[in-house]
Design a binder for this molecule. Structure first.
Ligand SMILES: CC(C)(COP(=O)(O)OP(=O)(O)OC[C@H]1O[C@@H](n2cnc3c(N)ncnc32)[C@H](O)[C@@H]1OP(=O)(O)O)[C@@H](O)C(=O)NCCC(=O)NCCS
Length: 201
């Protein structure tokens, strides 16, 4: 996806969404989106998105080679999902991309996550990354299922690595996949299960 393109997807329930990269003008809409995401789902994000100044800073420093944030919008142009591909531009992890994804509760299990992940994998190919990882809590069963469907496997478990809002610790799971394998699984999954119809807008 180049920085000006917009992709349209038709989900399995017939609704149409569009996906594009975040721009510097999206601070208010992103802030609004994260206000409706339950706090426990916000904890795993790299930045404190409850603080508008953090999002403003993030927009100011926007560099698609370090973090590529993709936004999914409904037909009213309201954000319903966000997926970011985090990368290193130097060092021994420069072939790795890390995904962080969150979809608005009301839009879950409709295919928004898969549409965003498809665009993330395509961006990973363009950026010549070879391995892709995602981190989640061991009890985020839904997220684990989504990634397993796309061929990701558990690579590591770090015990007591996460502390939740109540101060309880949880294991952190690191799931990974080869970028090419992820693209292949996505294509196979799409053929069998989905009607994700992207069109360049
Ligand atoms: C993980 C998450 C992004 C998935 O988004 P989503 O839009 O609901 O995902 P999709 O609708 O594309 O679902 C993809 C597949 O996984 C399945 N799935 C989604 N949530 C599931 C759940 N809780 N349990 C079982 N399967 C689930 C869907 O049914 C679908 O499979 P199907 O096509 O065979 O029906 C979303 O649940 C979320 O925002 N979770 C909180 C944040 C998080 O945990 N992020 C992951 C860490 S990076």
């Amino acid at each position: 996806m180049n920085k000006n393109s917009v992709k349209k997807y038709t989900l399995k329930d017939g609704s149409t969404i569009s996906i594009r990269a975040m721009t510097r003008h999206d601070v208010d809409v992103i802030y609004e989106f994260f206000q409706h995401i339950p706090e426990e789902d916000r904890l795993f994000l790299k930045h404190d998105v409850a603080d508008k100044k953090v999002i403003a800073q993030w927009a100011k420093e926007l560099d698609y080679n370090i973090a590529l944030p993709l936004l999914a919008f409904d037909k009213y142009n309201k954000i319903i999902g966000d997926a970011t591909l985090h990368m290193e531009d130097y060092g021994w992890s420069r072939h790795i991309g890390e995904i962080r994804i969150v979809v608005a509760r009301a839009w879950r299990s409709k295919g928004v996550g898969l549409a965003l992940l498809k665009e993330i994998f395509m961006a990973a190919v363009e950026k010549k990354l070879s391995k892709i990882v995602a981190q989640m809590a061991a009890d985020q069963k839904g997220a684990i299922k989504v990634f397993e469907k796309l061929g990701f496997t558990k690579e590591a478990e770090l015990k007591h690595h996460i502390i939740d809002l109540k101060g309880q610790t949880h294991s952190l799971i690191i799931m990974s996949n080869d970028v090419k394998e992820a693209v292949k699984s996505m294509e196979a999954y799409e053929t069998e299960q989905l009607s994700l119809n992207p069109a360049e807008g």
